[in-house]
Design a protein. Structure first.
Length: 596
């Protein structure tokens, strides 16, 4: 049996320890009445007491241990012994289960009502520990994944459907019913995606199962759900939400819809593809609740940031951002637009699709089906008296030439290209048929970027590079620099799903077009341009930017090698004096990413 715990008044404890005064306690109690928050939280938010002091007093007075959840990897099965609703209501978490009962971490162990309710509901002897509230909430979000709930609801959908075909009319009629299993399945999938910070949801039907995969920090995480017919019902519902033709299952379809999950507004881009066992669906999640990054938040090194800011503040010219799909190009361009977005500046964009809505910016959605392509939109834009123009992607010669001419007639033009590096951009433009003299006059700067996974801050530890990593590092920066660099890696914890990584950041390289580069472009000499770019003062390659980030503790050396693989051989070829200009051009054009 659990002994009846003694009531403890936190305010009295803190006064007894001389950590606060009567006046400060009175101020905190008034604030508590006004906001309804716990007294401990009020005291720390007001800065009257440090959180660690509060923990020390409670731990000592109540004779309970303090547990740092950052250093603990609780077993998800043990944590789920307490229902999520109960855990969130009482700010409590099951940390351990053994023959003696349960160890429960509480953010406020002085809450006797919560303690008594937990005893009654869990029906096991309890041992209480003190935990930080912020760590407790983060652990809940990480551990209370929706995988079990998704599987359970999917089974319910399977049982409801039986072995027959889907009744489309009935499914349609249930749109407003929050109890419909298929709707709850969709809600749960979105909630799980938000909890894990997923950028995409992949729904892939198998012969006897449904495979759900979430892309988190660029890596897919898989869950399989048993039940034939669940995938078909799920895809049909998503098509209805997107306004697509549910009868057409032979052709790919694209659509979009908006949902609100946990007070966050998501724009969802949906793409279907007919496959062997039905239709595969990919949902791209665009969080409209997130504020756009400022230029300072992009993560560029300070010297590079100053040069990039100067480029985007020019009154005219073209600035390109290059990189593969999913490398963060749109985020960089939107940050530049946000920096320039003022009442005295007219900004027009042509995008496919419009990913984020920007206030005061006139955004045009490209629609190939009705002939509204980038070139046509761009021609119309130039009659709208813009100061700044953004073209989502330059895919053909016509669009490239119109954009270049716009840049030399007094407009600031932003766009993207698919190239491996900034130095390969001119070769790509020449390959698309743009005249060298036009590129040399219009192009002012090129940014190339990649995304790398960041080390989880809660489980990061110093680490020594392996033999292969060290050999690679020495080849890049030399023995002297390599020997002085120190690295970290994540050991894996609850907050990062045992991956050692949480979140992503960008690495950049920037080239500003100067006189020698412009001359090389004008004469159609990509080899001379490459050599001039790589030897430009202040130039830092993508590989070196990634190494610097790893040495600063932002990512791992293994992630750097994986992300920059393939870039070094091309750069080495460009710097080799034995190669002719034609060979340099062939090396670059042969190694670039294929443009759609």
């Amino acid at each position: 049996m659990n002994p009846r715990r003694k009531k403890v008044r936190l305010g009295d404890l803190l006064i007894e320890q001389k950590l606060i005064s009567e006046a400060q306690l009175s101020q905190a109690l008034d604030e508590q009445k006004r906001t309804g928050r716990k007294l401990g939280r009020v005291l720390t938010d007001l800065g009257i007491v440090q959180e660690q002091q509060l923990h020390d007093v409670l731990s000592q007075s109540l004779q309970i241990p303090f547990v740092d959840l950052k250093q603990l990897n609780p077993d998800p099965a043990v944590v789920r012994l307490m229902p999520e609703a109960l855990a969130r209501r009482f700010r409590a978490l099951v940390l351990q289960s053994d023959a003696r009962g349960l160890t429960v971490g509480m953010a406020d162990p002085t809450d006797l009502i919560a303690y008594d309710e937990l005893v009654a509901r869990l029906k096991q002897p309890l041992r209480i520990a003190l935990v930080r509230e912020s760590d407790l909430l983060r652990t809940m979000d990480a551990v209370y994944r929706r995988a079990d709930q998704i599987a359970s609801i999917a089974l319910e959908v399977h049982d409801e459907l039986g072995d027959g075909d889907i009744d489309i009319d009935q499914l349609s009629a249930e749109d407003g019913s929050s109890d419909a299993p298929i709707i709850r399945l969709i809600q749960t999938i979105f909630q799980d995606a938000i909890n894990t910070r997923a950028s995409d949801v992949h729904i892939e039907p198998g012969e006897h199962l449904l495979r759900l995969r979430l892309r988190v920090d660029g890596v897919l995480q898989e869950q399989t759900v048993e039940g034939r017919g669940v995938a078909s019902a799920l895809v049909t519902r998503l098509k209805l939400m997107s306004g697509l033709d549910i009868a057409e299952k032979r052709l790919p379809q694209d659509g979009r819809f908006s949902v609100k999950v946990k007070d966050r507004s998501l724009d969802v881009r949906l793409a279907t593809m007919p496959v062997q066992h039905g239709e595969s669906v990919v949902l791209r999640l665009l969080d409209q609740s997130n504020n756009l990054m400022t230029l300072e938040q992009l993560g560029m090194p300070a010297p590079m940031l100053g040069r990039f800011r100067a480029l985007v503040e020019r009154p005219a010219g073209m600035v390109l951002v290059t990189g593969p799909t999913g490398s963060g190009k749109t985020t960089t361009l939107y940050s530049a637009l946000a920096h320039l977005n003022r009442p005295d500046t007219k900004i027009l964009t042509a995008e496919d699709p419009v990913e984020y809505r920007l206030d005061r910016v006139n955004q045009v959605q490209v629609n190939q089906k009705i002939g509204l392509d980038f070139a046509r939109v761009l021609r119309s834009m130039l009659r709208q008296d813009p100061d700044v123009v953004l073209i989502g992607e330059m895919r053909d010669r016509e669009t490239v030439e119109i954009a270049l001419r716009a840049a030399i007639t007094g407009h600031l033009v932003f766009s993207t290209l698919h190239t491996l590096s900034a130095s390969g951009t001119v070769s790509r433009l020449l390959d698309m048929g743009a005249p060298g003299y036009l590129i040399a006059t219009a192009l002012h700067g090129v940014v190339a970027q990649r995304l790398v996974r960041q080390i989880c801050g809660d489980c990061a530890q110093p680490t020594e590079p392996g033999a292969h990593e060290l050999a690679w590092l020495r080849a890049q920066v030399g023995d002297a620099l390599a020997s002085g660099m120190r690295f970290r890696a994540g050991t894996g914890c609850t907050y990062c799903n045992l991956s050692g990584y949480r979140g992503r950041t960008a690495i950049y390289e920037l080239i500003e077009i100067d006189g020698p580069m412009a001359d090389a472009i004008r004469t159609g000499d990509p080899g001379a341009f490459e050599r001039a770019a790589l030897t430009q003062p202040g130039y830092t390659s993508l590989t070196r930017s990634a190494i610097d980030l790893a040495a600063a503790g932002g990512t791992t050396l293994a992630e750097v090698i994986a992300t920059t693989s393939g870039l070094d051989s091309i750069a080495s070829s460009l710097q080799a004096a034995t190669l002719t200009d034609d060979e340099l051009s062939d090396a670059l054009l042969g190694g670039r990413a294929v443009s759609p």
